[in-house]
Ligand binder design. Structure first.
Ligand code: XMP
Length: 510
């Protein structure tokens, strides 16, 4: 399979380069900047992209890849830091700018360049850099400039070296996709039309080869990632896949039924549904700290899962829906970021259980997983569902988690979802949920004074959950949600809407 390799110098935009290329149906992978030349050659890439990065090439100890990469005869595109690196390696002059340039800039394309074919001569681009190229290396021609940066793009077509100071991967850059497409298809000669579905046969063959005649266990949560991973593994090894679904008692209304409908009835999985709600609820009794809740739920989950998994004799593998961003994160040049919430997932399982991992989605982004899921005939209600946190409703019942409070929240949450779906807003929102507050307020119902619970509704728009904006729901939709919850859910007399973005708030309230 043809591919483009991206060497990562730590830019916040590196993943965007990959996503942009993939959306152009060009397969690419991200590797650390230090990847040895032999490893690069062994992969036979059509082209190499050097990403941006936070460092300055003028500083001592700045990250550099093996300079031999520039003379392999494989076309190279340097972006921002990557451009400065090419300039320095090839004998050009790079200078530290007095101040960082950040934001829009007007680019003027000069002369004829394959990189800018079909792109207007004047275009808006996105800049984010400290250093800049003052003099292009010998043999290079300057192909574009901005008012502040005369050398904003340069190339030496004979040697297959191209570079741009701006970020074509960022959507603020007009025709950025065309520039990347030109690099891959015109300059590198990338010919295929990659789609996540074209990955299906290869993935199935890979799983068969890895697993042999052994069995695989999977903690199926019913979320997008574990569902697609499981269906893929099932396609490869059928009944030798054993799925376990732990009902924590902290799920949304309808989740368990959907599991049965999709995975037992439709796909005919070997699926064991374990009702462990009593264990979870008893351990959460009296616990109000969000972090304690997460720890308790995480431990209980592992315990329940392990005891079920032990009953499956001879299993040597654990299937997980790990996605590409997590894989990149673990090989990237960045250090670990501060822990805001210790997210619970099943990551701790294999170490303890001595199982090898099967991670068939480890090279895919979320939208690609959905696309693959479609070609596996997984229903839209599974693929398009909003993310749901591992600790479930326990972190949405603020304070003490009891069966009664879970039931109040569950009913309100179902009504909210029904109304959002009926209004056609579900797919416009990243996440929508209700939160039961640990406080009561006064109301009037009929002629009577009431003193009941408050439900907060939270709907956000986001690309990856890292940042988020509250959704500007139509008033009519808000009105319906509010009116139905207070009239249909006993014990609730007030609804509020959360209008905080992330940051400074987080998406969940706990
Ligand atoms: P926050 O609240 O940190 O959430 O802005 C970002 C995304 O992560 C989800 N989330 C969790 N997911 N275990 C999970 O599996 C957790 O403990 C957890 N806490 C938050 C949250 O729903 C949002 O999608």
């Amino acid at each position: 399979m043809d591919q483009i390799l991206i060497l990562d110098f730590g830019s916040q935009y590196t993943q965007l380069i990959a996503r942009r290329l993939r959306s152009l149906r060009i397969y690419c992978e991200i590797l650390p900047f230090r990847t040895p030349v032999e490893e690069i050659l062994a992969r036979g890439p059509k082209g190499i992209i050097l990403s941006g990065g936070p460092s300055s090439v003028c500083d001592k100890g700045a990250p550099v890849s093996d300079p031999a990469i520039l003379s392999l005869g494989i076309p190279v595109l340097g972006i921002c830091y990557g451009m400065q690196l090419i300039a320095r390696e090839m004998g050009g002059k790079v200078q530290k700018a007095l101040k960082r340039e950040y934001g829009h800039s007007g680019l003027k394309v000069r002369g004829v360049s394959a990189l800018f074919r079909g792109v207007p001569k004047d275009l808006k681009v996105w800049m984010s850099h400290g250093d800049e190229v003052k003099a292009a290396p010998y043999g290079f021609s300057v192909t574009a400039g901005t008012p502040d940066v005369p050398v904003a793009a340069m190339e030496c077509a004979d040697r297959g070296l191209y570079s741009v100071q701006f970020h074509p991967e960022v959507h603020h850059t007009c025709h950025g996709g065309k520039i990347l497409d030109n690099f891959a298809r015109r300059i590198c000669g990338y010919r295929e039309r990659w789609t996540p579905a074209s990955f299906l046969d290869e993935a199935v063959a890979g799983i068969k080869k890895q697993v042999g005649q052994n069995s695989v266990i999977c903690a199926l949560s019913g979320g997008v990632d574990s569902s697609v991973a499981a269906v893929l593994v099932h396609r490869a090894i059928g009944k030798r896949l054993y799925c376990i679904f732990v009902d924590t008692g902290l799920l949304r209304f309808g989740d368990r039924e959907r599991m049965k409908k999709v995975f037992l009835k439709k796909f005919r999985f070997n699926l064991k549904i374990v009702d462990a709600s009593k264990i979870f609820l008893s351990r959460l009794k009296g616990v109000t700290s969000p972090e304690r809740k997460r720890k308790i739920i995480g431990h209980a989950f592992i315990e329940v899962f392990e005891s079920e998994a032990k009953k499956i004799k001879g299993a040597k593998f654990l299937a997980q829906g790990t996605l590409y961003p997590d894989v990149i994160e673990s090989v990237s040049v960045k250090g670990p970021s501060a822990v805001i919430k210790s997210h619970h997932n099943v990551g701790g399982l294999p170490d303890k259980m001595g199982l090898a991992l099967v991670e068939p989605l480890r090279f895919l982004f979320k939208d690609e997983v959905r696309e693959l899921g479609r070609s596996l005939k997984i229903p839209e209600e599974v693929l398009m569902q909003h993310p749901f946190p591992g600790p479930g409703l326990a972190i949405r019942v603020l304070g003490d988690v009891t069966a009664e409070r879970l039931a109040i929240l569950g009913k309100a949450d179902l009504i909210m979802r029904e109304e959002i779906q009926a209004f056609g807003w579900y797919s416009r929102i990243w996440q929508s949920f209700c939160v039961l507050l640990p406080t009561k307020t006064v109301g009037v119902m009929g002629d009577e004074r009431s003193y009941e619970n408050v439900i907060a509704v939270r709907c956000v728009e986001s690309v990856d959950g890292m940042t988020a904006d509250w959704s500007q729901l139509p008033y009519e939709l808000m009105r319906r949600i509010s009116a139905r919850i207070v009239s249909e859910v006993k014990g609730v007399n007030r609804i509020v809407y959360d209008i905080t973005s992330k940051p400074p708030a987080t998406i969940e309230w706990e």
